[in-house]
Design a protein around this ligand. Structure first.
Ligand SMILES: *Cc1c(COP(=O)(O)O)cnc(C)c1O
Length: 486
């Protein structure tokens, strides 16, 4: 039997051996600088050359080049794979020419914020972990409360995006109205057919799949008709159902419509319904002089979702939720565990984890706080107003060229199609979009409205300027010339 000291020195030897094997995890000064230099020059070249590159590449990435094996590679080789198989495939979502879905761009300052947050690895989910990080996130939430006229007593948190933010609000509404068991099938949720599909998805996840969903009629500008809402609630009440929630939108995905918030608030208050608003796309237009009137009454609603990775142009990975009823949201999301006992000494301040399904998470505060502090709020408002004007300009130019366009847009999403005057209209416009994608200089997506295939315009990438709109029009002119010559 070996003596105890031999045994210990053997362990120490093995520890040292293992330590050697992961030494690369802690690059020293010179190696660290070289690594970062490669990445920095790659990033600069991406940003500087972006305007000369296509926005859309239809080729598929090569799966082989991503495979994880034990073979290692140098950073430059890996950046090459990233460039070939990731950046130059699909949509370049950072590009000025991204007019599809809901773009945003990705502010450089925000990327720097992410870098710092990851380097110092702050634990923002719990006050106790990093009180400063938690406080910074709360300061961001407080700013959001102030712009939407939510009281200081309301709660909020930064999420990964609008989907999780919506789920948090819907869960809080469910619990405040005690929708469970047999009551689920009698409980009614009112929404427009234009509500984002993540709302339906969240309802299924939180066990409200069997609740009654009432679709409210829309007016000619795709906004919820309050009169129809009022009537449907009344009928449901008369039929002994349990109306409990209205989901409205500020900026629907298809058409950018804003529901009549103030009018719906009257209905919600009168009938004691939770009024949730999905403003994932449109929320920050409240900062603009041009659109703030459309937000009238927003301070009266129960909960709101906004996506800074859309109308604040941040890189993907940040949404936010504000809820007035602190008690219900905490009741749904707060949990204690023995191994967390040190974290719950401060009963007064809420942790991010008390109002969200997440515990350990990315320190998102830094990626929004940094640009807001570096630049102030005003450039965000100006950039949004410029986008509104760009859409006006583009729609006018399209009409001049014989296209038809959707109704006067509420925000910066609209649509257009070419009227062929025969039953081939949808096929013609589908072919137009196919050629736009094949060209790739700028990217548009499409949608279907009342059986009509239309090409969507979403102007929200901060990099999109008048020059980009001219480029898009030039591309459309060239393709139309080809198409009409056939
Ligand atoms: C984008 C969007 C969502 C979903 O948000 P994610 O950040 O993609 O999870 C929800 N609602 C609307 C109106 C949106 O535009």
């Amino acid at each position: 039997m070996p003596r105890k000291t031999d045994f210990m020195s053997e362990i120490i030897k093995r520890i040292r051996e293992k330590e050697q094997k992961w030494a690369s995890f802690q690059p020293k000064g010179e190696t660290r600088i070289k690594l970062l230099d490669s990445v920095t020059s790659f990033a600069h070249s991406f940003l500087d050359k972006m305007d000369d590159e296509k926005t859309y590449h239809s080729q598929k990435p090569d799966h082989q080049r991503f495979r994880i094996t034990n073979r290692t590679s140098g950073i430059d080789q890996l950046l090459e794979i990233y460039s070939d198989e990731v950046i130059h495939r699909g949509i370049n979502a950072a590009s000025a020419g991204h007019f599809g879905y809901i773009p945003g761009g990705g502010l450089y300052a925000s990327a720097i914020g992410d870098y710092l947050a990851a380097i110092t690895n702050e634990y923002a989910g719990i006050q106790y972990g990093s009180p400063g990080a938690a406080m910074m996130e709360n300061a961001v939430i407080d700013w959001m409360k102030s712009i939407f006229g939510f009281p200081e007593t309301s709660v909020g948190t930064l999420t990964s995006g609008g989907s999780i933010a919506n789920m948090i609000a819907l869960t809080a509404a469910r619990d405040r109205h005690k929708i469970k068991g047999d009551l689920i099938e009698r409980s009614v949720i009112y929404m427009s057919a234009q509500v984002h599909h993540c709302v339906n998805k969240a309802l299924r996840i939180i066990g409200l799949e069997d609740a009654v969903l009432r679709t409210i009629d829309l007016d000619e500008r795709h906004r919820m008709r309050t009169e129809d809402l009022r009537e449907k609630i009344l009928i449901d009440q008369q039929n002994n159902l349990n109306p409990f929630m209205i989901v409205g939108s500020i900026g629907t995905t298809d058409t950018g419509a804003i529901d009549p918030i103030n009018e719906i608030c009257d209905v919600a208050e009168k009938n004691d319904l939770w009024f949730h608003v999905d403003a994932a796309y449109g929320g920050f237009f409240i900062l603009t002089e041009m659109k703030k009137a459309a937000f009238e009454g927003v301070g009266r609603i129960d909960s709101i979702v906004v996506d800074p990775h859309k109308s604040m142009f941040l890189p993907y990975g940040i949404g936010a939720i504000l809820v007035k009823d602190r008690k219900s949201v905490v009741q749904s999301h707060h949990y204690t565990a023995n191994y967390m006992q040190d974290a719950y000494t401060d009963r007064e301040t809420l942790n991010a984890s008390d109002v969200s399904p997440e515990l350990t998470r990315h320190f998102r505060g830094m990626r929004i706080w940094l640009p807001l502090k570096l630049y102030g709020v005003e450039p965000f408002a100006a950039c949004l107003e410029e986008k509104i004007l760009l859409l006006h300009y583009m729609r006018n130019e399209l009409v001049k060229r014989g296209f038809l366009v959707g109704p006067e847009p509420d925000l910066t999403v609209s649509y257009f199609w070419y009227p062929t005057g025969n039953q081939n209209e949808n096929a013609f416009n589908e072919e137009l979009l196919r050629r736009i994608h094949a060209d790739g200089r700028v990217f548009f997506s499409s949608t279907e409205l009342d059986g009509k295939f239309v090409i969507r315009i979403a102007i929200l990438c901060f990099r999109t300027t008048l020059d980009t709109v001219h480029l898009a029009l030039q591309m459309i002119d060239e393709i139309m010339e080809e198409l009409l010559a056939q």
